[in-house]
Structures are given as structure tokens and as C-alpha cells.
Design a protein around this ligand. Structure first.
Ligand code: GDP
Length: 434
């Protein structure tokens, strides 16, 4: 069974929540110091998913100093758990001990569900926003003592179970796919990449019968090329039908971090190329535009600039994507692709420091305030990064309805100029600050 560990500094309500999940009142015997709570393991069930639960607060570490104790409990949780529920106290706000726990959990790369406890009534819900700064995405408001909000929290925990994620690879493996019309050279490119000198092809895995992913290691980083079986098969008449290839592309995009949008340099840009690229953009993936067959293009010194301009004009929504010109056939410029994949995937999962982010945003806003809308004016208070892959930023404002598309775009560009986010889309989410 999957294991869920409950983690957090003392007195945030871990045992109450543990008891709620396990569904029975467990009395905690604690007459003698050292002889502590005997129940730290239990079994829970949610939406037909059964799982083990550990209350790490019950793990006795001896008389280690306070911070060591919570550190060790977090380490145990990471070791044992598939999913970690990280509990903080909504009445006290973010403490340095919370930040300490967050740091350890963050490094582990395990899925973390952040629950803000002691939110006993709806008016208190506005207090949860400061917990975004812990960097685990949307916090779930709960009340252990009233049994509120636990369903949503468990929904998310269950969603993160390995068996429900259907993904074979660890989170630190960079997964990418190649999409594009039939015959642009996707299979040739995969073969060329896997034949690169510095690439060590390590294994082959598959999720479905007809999907074969190729794994390799380059420059100390593990990569998987998603679902290339169909691409690498000979005589793929079936795949050449448009409908089938779009379906295949969608599935591959779903499983990838980075998407290479492959164009045929000889044929130029087609309507279908834009549609396919649009899916990758909407899915929030990092993107590189690859112009293949550059060997077959008759060129002068302006050809590349012109092609680049065409791409910028026709794929305006991909203004953040780098463009790589190459030839799978002659391997010309092939060496520029691997570093590009590495760079955009790093940017896709990059976190920026809140203090610097706020300096940048508040500066930009004061130099360039939003135009007023029927006499009302948007006020921006502060911003915090809440997610990666793609990077997402919550901006706290007076009235979220006053945040228009163009101003959102302005904030995006501001963030892009201040940090190196080449290759990744960015999300801006306006939230009301009470
Ligand atoms: P896929 O359908 O996108 O996987 O495309 P393929 O890899 O099967 O390639 C389609 C055709 O384009 C084949 O005839 C390849 O030999 C050819 N091709 C692929 N890459 C290049 C390239 O860089 N230059 C040239 N001139 N031809 C290429």
C-alpha cells in the first residue's frame, strides 16, 4: 500500500489529523517522558484508495534539540512515504520551523500536500495565502478539530499516489518528446540524438504496449524521450494519418516536461504545426522550436533570420521558445540541441527568491501602474512563486477583476526580463488580499 506521512512542527495538530484519517480515537499515553504515543502507524481509506499513515510527530527522537527533532521526523517521513502531508498552523502563520521543514521536504522531491490547520471558520480562509511562500502550491485549509476540509486534502494526496500518477520516472528525470507533422524528421532526430557521442543510452521502458521510451544520460542529468516507439517503427502507414499523430502528440505532451516542436525547414510552417505547438503551450510545457532538414535548404546570409522571423510572426504565443536550426541527416548543429533541452528544463523548474521577485514587481508596478478601469485602480501588494513546471506566480491585489490580460502580460515580461526564464511559459494568478 502507498504510505502517507504527516509532518509538521509540534502543536500544529498532526495527531488530531492522524486520528481523523485513521478514523478512530486513539488515546495517547504519555505519563512517563520517553514512553510516548504508541500509535504512530495506521491505515486510512479515501475514495477506494487504501493507504498507510504515519504520524511522524509520534516518533520519539530522544532528547534531541527542537530543530533536530523536527528535522529527523521529516527525514523519516521522506524515507518512508510516497506522499507527505505537511501541516502548518493557520493561526500562527509561517514560522521559521515551518520553513526549516519545508526546506527538507523540498529537497526530497516527494509530492507534498500542504494543509493549513485550525482554519475553523470560513472567515479565516484569507489567512492561508501567506503559506504560498513555502513553495508547495495551493495550501488546503483544514480544521482537524472540526473535521473540515479533510476531503479536499485527501483528494490531492490520493492523486499523488504513484499508482494514480501512472508515471514510471522519478521527478528529477527530464522527460521530453518530439512533436510535429509526419515526415518532418522526428524519428531521424531521435536516432541522431541517441547516437550522439556524449549520450549514454541506458535503458528502455514503456507504459503501454506500443510505447517505448528511450532513456539516456547527458552531462550528469537523466533524460527520457517519451513514447518514440511509433516514431521509430518502420513502415508506419497508420501513424501518417493526421488524426492519429495528433492523438499521439497529445499523449506524449501530457507525459513530458519539455516539448520539441519539430518543423521541416524545407517545407516551411503549416497550419497544423501551429495547432500542435498550441497544445504544448496550453499544457504549460517548456518548448524549443526545432527547424530540421536545414541541410536541404538553399541558404544565403539572410535565410536563417527570415525563417526565424516567420516563426516569431506565426507562433506569437511561443515568444519565449528558443529556436534551433539543425539537420538530423548530416548532424549539422545537432550539438546545440542537448544543451538547449537542459537549459529550458532548468528554467521550467526554477524558483526565484520572494524578496527579489517583490523588488522587481513592485518597482515595475510603480514605474508603470495599471490604467484605471471605470475609475477603479488595480493595486499590487506583493507576489510569490507558488509552483514550477511551469513557474506560476500569485500576485496579491486589491481587486482581481481589475487585472487585465495586457497587464498580466506586462508582469510576465517583467519577470522574464529579471530572471532567466527562456523556454518556459509563466503563469500569473491574481488573488485578492483581504
Ligand atoms: P517523422 O515522420 O517525423 O518521424 O519523419 P522521419 O524521421 O521518418 O523522416 C521523414 C523523411 O525526412 C525521411 O525520408 C528522412 O530521411 C528525411 N529527413 C529526416 N531528417 C532530415 C534532415 O535533417 N535532412 C534531410 N534532408 N532529410 C531528412
Amino acid at each position: 500500500l502507498p504510505t502517507v506521512a504527516i509532518v509538521g512542527r509540534p502543536n500544529v495538530g498532526k495527531s488530531t489529523i492522524f486520528n481523523r484519517i485513521v478514523g478512530e480515537r486513539v488515546s495517547i499515553v504519555e505519563d512517563e517522558p520517553g514512553v510516548t504515543r504508541d500509535r504512530i502507524y495506521g491505515t486510512g481509506e479515501w475514495l477506494t484508495n487504501q493507504f498507510h499513515v504515519i504520524d511522524t510527530g509520534g516518533i520519539d527522537i530522544g532528547d534531541a534539540p527542537f530543530l533536530d527533532e523536527i528535522r529527523q521526523q521529516a527525514e523519516i517521513a521522506i524515507e518512508e512515504a510516497d506522499v507527505i502531508i505537511f501541516i502548518v498552523n493557520g493561526r500562527e502563520g509561517v514560522t521559521s520551523a515551518d520553513e526549516e521543514v519545508a526546506k527538507i521536504l523540498f529537497r526530497s522531491k516527494k509530492p507534498v500536500v500542504l494543509a493549513v490547520n485550525k482554519v475553523d471558520n470560513p472567515e479565516m480562509r484569507a489567512d492561508i495565502y501567506e503559506f504560498y511562500s513555502l513553495g508547495f502550491g495551493d495550501p488546503f485549509p483544514i480544521s482537524g478539530s472540526h473535521g473540515l476540509g479533510l476531503g479536499d486534502m485527501l483528494d490531492e494526496a490520493v492523486r499523488q499516489f504513484p499508482e494514480n500518477k501512472g508515471e514510471l520516472y522519478e521527478d528529477d528525470v527530464v522527460k521530453f518528446c518530439l512533436i510535429g507533422r509526419p515526415n518532418v524528421g522526428k524519428s531521424s532526430l531521435v536516432n541522431a540524438l541517441l547516437g550522439e557521442d556524449r549520450v549514454i543510452v541506458s535503458s528502455v521502458a514503456g507504459t503501454t504496449r506500443d510505447a517505448i521510451d528511450s532513456a539516456y544520460r547527458y552531462n550528469g542529468q537523466d533524460y527520457v524521450i517519451i513514447d518514440t516507439a511509433g516514431m521509430r517503427k518502420k513502415g508506419k502507414v497508420y501513424e501518417k494519418t493526421e488524426k492519429y499523430s495528433v492523438l499521439r502528440a497529445l499523449k506524449a505532451i501530457e507525459r513530458s516536461d519539455v516539448v520539441l516542436v519539430v518543423l521541416d525547414g524545407e517545407e516551411g510552417i503549416r497550419e497544423q504545426d501551429k495547432r500542435i505547438a498550441g497544445y504544448a503551450h496550453d499544457a504549460g510545457r517548456a518548448i524549443i522550436v526545432v527547424v530540421n532538414k536545414w541541410d536541404a535548404v538553399e541558404k544565403d546570409d539572410k535565410t536563417m533570420k527570415k525563417f526565424e522571423q516567420d516563426i516569431r510572426d506565426q507562433f506569437q504565443f511561443l515568444d519565449y521558445a528558443p529556436i534551433v536550426f539543425l539537420s538530423a541527416k548530416t548532424r549539422q548543429r545537432l550539438g546545440t540541441l542537448l544543451p538547449a533541452i537542459q537549459t529550458v528544463s532548468e528554467n521550467h523548474s526554477m524558483r526565484v527568491q520572494s524578496s527579489i521577485l517583490n523588488e522587481v514587481i513592485l518597482d515595475a508596478v510603480s514605474m508603470n501602474p495599471a490604467p484605471s478601469d471605470k475609475g477603479r485602480k488595480l493595486k499590487v501588494y506583493y507576489a510569490t512563486q507558488v509552483a514550477v513546471k511551469p513557474p506560476a506566480f500569485v500576485v496579491f491585489v486589491n481587486e482581481p477583476e481589475l487585472m487585465h490580460f495586457s497587464y498580466e502580460r506586462f508582469l510576465q515580461n517583467t519577470i522574464r526580463q529579471a530572471f532567466t526564464f527562456e523556454g518556459t511559459p509563466l503563469k500569473i494568478i491574481a488573488r485578492k488580499r483581504k
